[in-house]
Design a protein around this ligand. Structure first.
Ligand code: V3L
Length: 86
């Protein structure tokens, strides 16, 4: 069906949407009520924890960003996975 919600991680002054494949992975784990999911992003393992709604780098938990599940097309969306919106 039409996808209403997607997943974002925190940037400076806005939110980056996860890439499409990663969004699908996170949503699937979230709907299965898992507590966390591990993701491979640019060669690093990250953990998204659904209780605290943060993303951390697995071997460097000080690298922490808030995450959120929100509607597609929020006004403070910066782009997708580091690619800025035009
Ligand atoms: N998907 C893609 N790249 C990521 C992700 C992710 N889920 N998490 C971290 N990185 P850290 P502004 C971000 C990148 O958390 O100007 C944005 O995508 C992260 O990229 O310390 O501050 C932008 O490309 C960063 O380059 O592990 O809003 C960039 O920051 C690097 O991994 C600047 O965004 C270290 O992040």
């Amino acid at each position: 069906g039409i996808e209403v919600h997607t997943w974002y991680y925190e940037g400076r002054g806005g939110w980056w949407q996860y890439d499409e494949r990663t969004c699908a992975e996170i949503e699937s784990a979230y709907l299965a009520t898992r507590r966390r999911i591990e993701l491979l992003i640019a060669g690093f393992l990250y953990v998204v924890d659904f209780d605290s709604m943060v993303q951390t780098r697995r071997n460097d938990p000080h690298r922490r960003r808030r995450v959120k599940r929100d509607r597609v097309g929020i006004p403070d969306r910066k782009g997708v996975a580091g690619i800025r919106l035009p």
